[in-house]
Design a protein around this ligand. Structure first.
Ligand SMILES: *Cc1c(COP(=O)(O)O)cnc(C)c1O
Length: 374
């Protein structure tokens, strides 16, 4: 089959849309001779502090490390002890869960609210035990996962809230950005994310200065002061070149997210198909940045094939839930029916800020025209 004429995402096109600023910014770093923890990284950290409204931002190597180092720092600071339980969404990408198990913490899965795909606050309390120390919320597909119930539960039980904000850069809840809603947040700048670098990148944001300092030291061989290694750290730093790229891209993030919202609104108003369930618009528009536009259907594979025939590439986010992955063999017998049904039925349609109106029209038309023929 020939390449679909509407790719899921064309990163060449995205990158071109930031030229010539992107290439000049990269050339300036090349000429600067400063390639690690230089001026671009500190400039980005300051800009992201201002953008998210958090007190501290620490650039790290990627989104996975951001989450991993938050938990590791709390272990170092005595906030967590190995074997502690962390409430996590069952319905997420495995990169949300591995940082928990990597730190010898126990992930305790909670089913999603099927209207939002996000962790169901009503199911959380049943899973809280004397060993529970934190709730990890994932703003899946770019939709805010925070709500009053989660905040009240965390307060009542003295739990930390960690946000996995990898998919929701620029999103809001109750007048604040996601990434500033809990005690710490992990951000990913993987190229396909709403704020994407030209390689790996990540950040931790928090209002807690001690946590920020510990994360920064842990990402620099455990050293806060040159020559002194107080912790057994690792190497995970935001790269100077990637920071320069992010400094060019961050100022356009809000506009790009608004375009995503407009396209989502268009899909929601114009895709009509009784066998395709559309995602639910949150009460307030700012609570979604539409990293992914995910529809549900019992004929997922057929819909994907139908769209491909119409020249439209789609992806499945995600085909296998974490608890059914071979990597978590000891969890494979667990059953989370809502999560498992979602994984069997979801399909992501192309949605990105550079999608053309004609492409949007074709995606609407082809999705509406899908009929399941046995
Ligand atoms: C992308 C992603 C991550 C990991 O980010 P990387 O920068 O690729 O390590 C973690 N959680 C979620 C939900 C993601 O989408």
């Amino acid at each position: 089959m020939t390449e679909p004429s509407i790719p899921f995402l064309d990163l060449r096109k995205t990158t071109r849309s930031f030229e010539p600023e992107l290439t000049s910014a990269i050339q300036a770093v090349v000429a600067s001779g400063s390639y690690i923890r230089g001026k671009q990284v500190s400039e980005f950290e300051e800009a992201y502090v201002a953008y998210t409204g958090c007190r501290h931002c620490v650039g790290v190597g990627n989104g996975f490390d951001a989450l991993r180092l938050i938990f590791r720092a709390w272990l170092e600071l005595g906030v967590l002890r190995s074997g502690d339980e962390i409430i996590v969404p069952a319905n997420t990408y495995i990169a949300s869960i591995l940082p928990v198990t990597e730190n010898a913490l126990i992930p305790v899965f909670v089913e999603p609210n099927e209207a939002t795909f996000n962790i169901d606050a009503k199911e959380i309390e049943k899973k809280i035990t004397p060993r529970t120390r934190a709730i990890l919320i994932v703003h899946l597909y770019g939709r805010n996962a925070m709500n009053d119930d989660i905040q009240a539960l965390a307060r009542k039980h003295g739990l930390k809230i960690v946000e996995d904000n990898a998919q929701a850069a620029g999103c809001w809840w109750a007048g604040r950005r996601t990434g500033s809603l809990g005690h710490a947040a992990a951000h990913s700048f993987f190229p396909t994310k709403n704020l994407g670098a030209l390689g790996d990148g990540g950040a931790v944001t928090t209002d807690d200065g001690e946590l920020a300092n510990t994360v920064r030291a842990l990402g620099n061989y455990g050293s806060a002061q040159k020559g002194h290694n107080e912790l057994r750290g690792a190497n995970s730093r935001l790269d100077e070149l990637q920071a320069a790229v992010l400094n060019v891209k961050l100022p356009r993030l809000d506009r790009d997210n608004q375009r995503r919202r407009d396209i989502a609104k268009h899909y929601l108003a114009n895709i009509h198909n009784p066998s395709v369930q559309l995602p639910q618009q949150p009460n307030s528009e700012e609570e979604h940045v539409w990293h992914l536009f995910v529809v549900r259907t019992q004929q997922r594979d057929q819909l994907q094939h139908h769209l491909l025939e119409a020249g439209i590439a789609t992806l499945v986010h995600y085909p296998v839930p974490p608890h059914h992955q071979p990597a978590f063999k000891h969890m494979n017998d667990m059953r989370f029916p809502a999560t498992e049904n979602i994984h069997g039925e979801v399909l992501s349609l192309p949605l990105h800020p550079l999608l053309e109106d004609s492409e949007i029209a074709r995606i609407i038309e082809a999705t509406s025209a899908f009929r399941y023929a046995r």
